[in-house]
Design a protein around this ligand. Structure first.
Ligand code: FES
Length: 109
């Protein structure tokens, strides 16, 4: 089973099982990682914003135009920001590391 690591707010690293075919958002929810994902992956929010470790960013498929548009609305956008609901776990991403942004524009609070 592939693994991935979330770096939570405050810097705690959490390594979790990351089943193939699940999105980073779904993996976060399975393990109680605090990513909202208000639209459940339909590219209608930016609450699943994650900052991808620079070593991993280049291994990801390019973001779609719709994802780029939504990312523009995310707080604390960085050059390695992605939407967690659009990152699907593959064998190549075994070991992936993403960081939660310090602030998010949650919709459900
Ligand atoms: S969960 Fe809304 S865009 Fe990812």
């Amino acid at each position: 089973m592939p693994k991935m690591t979330f770096i939570e707010r405050g810097g705690t690293r959490k390594e979790v099982d990351a089943p193939l075919g699940l999105s980073v958002l779904e993996i976060a929810h399975r393990h109680g990682v605090d990513i909202e994902g208000a639209c459940e992956g339909s590219l209608a929010c930016s609450t699943c914003h994650v900052i991808v470790d620079t070593q991993w960013y280049g291994k990801l498929d390019d973001a779609s135009e719709d994802e780029e548009d939504m990312l523009d609305l995310a707080f604390g956008l960085t050059s390695t920001s992605r939407l967690g609901c659009q990152l699907i776990m593959t064998e190549e991403l075994d070991g992936l590391v993403v960081k939660l942004p310090d602030a998010v524009r949650n919709l459900l609070d």
